[in-house]
Design a protein around this ligand. Structure first.
Ligand code: PLP
Length: 369
């Protein structure tokens, strides 16, 4: 029997955008993963979590949250994360992908309109496939003006709900959200979804993300989504919002209703890990500031978060650069279309990488051509 997708796979190979999963050498210095604070290897938190789960007597959720998969572990975490972020209520999800896809598919009803930043994550973009063309549009990345224009021209009436979707720190460009977008959301009485996957644990007075960074008090129209598999070093996600919006999501989000609840280990590990971030935020912040300064001074990239993209442009070349860096002991992301418009090296300023190693990395990078 012949293979089914040979033509498509050959085309990906020809364009140098073919993907493969690889196991990288553990000894490589990690400037690629989203484990910003190195909490994926905190065995104190691990041991504490295992001890607490032993006492609890269960580690697998066994069912959807709406059957009997919801436990005190989930509830305590939801209460804690809502409280520190000043939101009325919160709910855990199996992953950030499930949270974005499920929430967006649920929120945009007939007659509603979604305006999404053109750099929004694929997990939200894919949800637009469930909508009719007239129900959504993309606005120019981080442009409050273009968003305003787009909503104004749409000439919506009061029965149309408006939903805007943006990120706190964008996953590929590393750009921080334009604060002005909060004002546009208020102007149109729109629901504003802020995906804080890459801002939680990285920016803000208490390292809680962009609401914290901009000192914005959460309102009834705000939704904050955060993931647990990045700075938190666990897995899963959460959505914070008003009681009313969470109630609606509980009743309409298929990725919550028809999916097993988040694992108890991941939930409790995240709870303990966030506790550690929150209680040590001053110390962590000063370390992160030093990393940003080094990128600014050594390679002239100034960012508010810890994602430092280096434009390469050519998909073959980005792989070559990634491999040279690997031969020299460093692993970075080689990101190609369609994830980005043109190829970039995605370098993550991780807390665990020493200043000495970071300097070595910059030297290799400068001599790479
Ligand atoms: C901005 C953004 N949102 C959502 C997700 C999805 O999160 P998860 O990896 O938990 O599915 C990611 C990460 O892949 C992301 O970068």
């Amino acid at each position: 029997m012949s293979d089914f997708y040979t033509q498509e796979l050959n085309s990906l190979k020809k364009r140098a955008v073919f993907r493969e999963r690889k196991i990288f050498d553990k000894n490589l210095i990690d400037l690629a993963s989203n484990d910003y604070l190195n909490l994926s290897k905190d065995f104190d938190i691990f041991e504490q979590t295992v001890r607490e789960l032993r006492d609890f007597g269960q580690f697998s959720p066994r069912a959807s949250m709406f059957v009997n998969g919801y436990t005190e572990i989930h509830k305590n975490f939801e209460e804690y994360i809502s409280k520190i972020n000043n939101f009325e209520n919160g709910i855990v999800f199996g992953s950030g992908f499930l949270a974005n896809f499920g929430m967006i598919e649920a929120l945009i009803r007939k007659d509603d309109f979604l305006c999404m930043d053109s750099e929004y994550h694929a997990s939200g973009v894919i949800a637009t496939k469930t909508l009719k063309n007239e129900q959504f549009s993309f606005f120019k990345h981080n442009s409050a003006e273009n968003l305003d224009d787009c909503l104004y021209k749409k000439n919506l009436n009061s029965k149309n709900r408006i939903i805007i979707a943006v990120e706190g720190i964008y996953s590929m460009s590393g750009d921080i959200l334009n604060r002005e977008i909060f004002n546009i959301a208020d102007k149109y009485n729109a629901i504003l979804i802020v995906d804080e996957a890459h801002s939680f644990g990285v920016i803000g007075e208490n390292l809680l993300g962009v609401f914290d960074h901009f000192k914005i008090q959460p309102q009834k129209n705000h939704i904050k989504m955060g993931t647990l598999g990045k700075a938190v070093g666990s897995y899963g996600a959460y959505i914070l919002a008003s009681k009313h919006l969470i109630e609606f999501l509980e009743n309409r989000t298929k990725s919550l209703i028809y999916s097993t609840a988040l694992s108890l280990f991941d939930t409790l590990y995240a709870h303990n890990s966030i506790h550690k971030i929150y209680n040590n935020s001053s110390e962590i912040k000063s370390e992160l500031l030093n990393i940003r300064k080094m990128f600014r001074d050594e390679v002239k990239i100034e960012k508010d978060g810890l994602i430092f993209p280096i434009k390469i442009g050519d998909s073959n070349l980005v792989i070559k650069y990634r491999d040279i860096l690997k031969e020299n002991g460093f692993i970075v992301g080689a990101i190609r279309p369609p994830t980005v418009e043109t190829a970039i090296l995605r370098v993550i300023g991780r807390k665990a990488v020493s200043q000495e190693n970071l300097k070595k990395f910059f030297e290799i990078l400068k001599n790479i051509n």
